[in-house]
Design a binder for this molecule. Structure first.
Ligand code: ZN
Length: 434
């Protein structure tokens, strides 16, 4: 199979070459922020580090970390490294966990972001013959604008659908022959369900999907691939670092290549901050070495994952990150035990349920309770008479094996859990209400 490389000289460069780029760019970036961002200068002074201490990528560990709290502290302009007159765009996080974070872009920053997303589309088999259907949200959210820019760079015909209006999404998909779908995995699953219900699967021409912005499991990937008849690719990014396209999956589908000419990745122990050797699980940290307006040094993402430099059959040499295994922000602590929604989802999909569920955490008599409401599939629902209890019991056992604690299970009728057109709301934690 011939694969289209967007920038093979960069994406397949030797380790030495990548290190050389990283070192040169890091040295320059550290000096730039030290001289232009008082917030950084202060952080570096507190750690007694000067730009002269950073001579290569090997010195990266000497720099202080920056966290989401710093971004909130410095809101809105405190980390800006270029005059506002040089900036052309602002994007923002959804702000679900507190004050919003705003990120700034020069034209150069937008170009490199588009490059990263273009690489992701090419890696999913995209060319200028494709019709790229983008139903990530547009606006302050980076999903829509990122994939849109990448698709233009590839030269694909771009459908800026944004999220919502599922009937129109499906109609355009059929009428205009969309071949690559970009959205959240939960919306892809919903589109698949809706297309099959309408009996329109024969009329869609989709071949691939690029799905990110929320956690999803391998089981969910298989479900989406089956229901839409496509190959489903993962993409990773975060507004703070630029947006989607920081890392993306290739045809091998065993982790996402990080665009190492723009971002340096480290894995640290989330408790001690110590850098961990390759292959160990820990918190992912990024340094953006080419961004001008909003460069972050050693940004703690809160995502738990593993890095791997094993040779990839696609030919790309950039390091691969595993799918995040959990986000310390998403992590629930129930009865003192760490629970990730992705663990619950794995159990449900393994037992033949779709990814339509909600987790309700509460506190009764000073003790935590967890209930998982799960939609039955229509087939289960029609033969459920007298078997509900049996099915619920089976799930309770499987969840206990996965989580180590008892979770109540409540099976509900198909379609009774609200569908999402953006990020699915999986968790309702009532404990903070008390
Ligand atoms: Zn690869």
């Amino acid at each position: 199979m011939t694969e289209h490389y967007y920038q093979p000289d960069i994406e397949c460069a030797s380790r030495e070459q990548i290190k050389k780029w990283q070192s040169e760019r890091l040295v320059k970036q550290v000096r730039h922020v030290y001289e232009h961002v008082p917030y950084y200068r202060k952080m570096m002074e507190e750690k007694q580090v000067t730009p002269d201490d950073i001579q290569s990528v090997e010195d990266l560990h000497k720099l202080p970390f920056i966290t989401k709290d710093d971004l909130r502290d410095a809101y809105p302009y405190g980390l800006l490294a270029k005059p506002l007159k040089d900036c052309v765009r602002i994007q923002s996080t959804s702000g679900t966990t507190g004050r919003r974070v705003v990120a700034f872009y020069t034209q150069h920053d937008l170009d490199l972001w588009d490059d990263c997303c273009a690489r992701a589309i090419m890696a999913a088999g995209g060319t200028n013959e494709d019709v790229v259907h983008v139903c990530y949200g547009y606006g302050l959210f980076t999903g829509g604008p990122g994939l849109n820019g990448g698709s233009h760079k590839v030269g694909s015909l771009t459908l800026p659908m944004s999220s919502g209006n599922t009937d129109r999404q499906i109609q355009f998909m059929c009428d205009l022959g969309s071949t690559i779908l970009c959205c959240t995995p939960s919306y892809a699953a919903y589109l698949g369900e809706s297309i099959n219900e309408r009996g329109l699967k024969d009329q869609i021409k989709l071949k691939a999907g690029i799905f990110g912005a929320e956690a999803w499991t391998e089981e969910m990937r298989r479900d989406i691939e089956k229901s839409l008849g496509i190959k489903a690719y993962d993409i990773y990014g975060l507004t703070e670092i630029s947006g989607p396209g920081v890392a993306f999956e290739c045809s091998e589908q065993t982790g996402m290549h990080i665009n190492e000419d723009h971002f340096i990745a480290e894995i640290i122990d989330p408790n001690t901050g110590e850098v961990l050797p390759e292959g160990e699980k820990g918190e992912l940290v990024f340094t953006s070495i080419t961004k001008e307006a909003f460069p972050l040094l050693r940004y703690r993402t809160r995502d738990i994952c593993v890095l791997s430099r094993e040779k990839c059959s696609c030919g790309r040499t950039h390091v691969k990150m595993s799918k995040p295994m959990g986000r310390s922000d998403d992590m629930l602590i129930v009865k003192g035990v760490n629970v990730f929604p992705s663990q619950i989802e794995t159990v449900l999909l393994n037992k033949g349920y779709a990814a339509n569920y909600q987790i309700i955490v509460d506190r009764v008599n000073n003790s935590d309770t967890i209930e998982v409401q799960v939609e039955m599939t229509p087939e289960m629902f029609s033969d459920s008479l007298g078997r509900m209890e049996e099915r619920e019991k089976e799930l309770v056992g499987a969840l206990k094996a996965m989580l180590g604690i008892y979770a109540k299970v409540k099976l509900v009728a198909p379609k009774s859990i609200e569908r999402s057109e953006g990020k699915a709301k999986r968790v309702v934690d009532k404990r903070h209400l008390y």
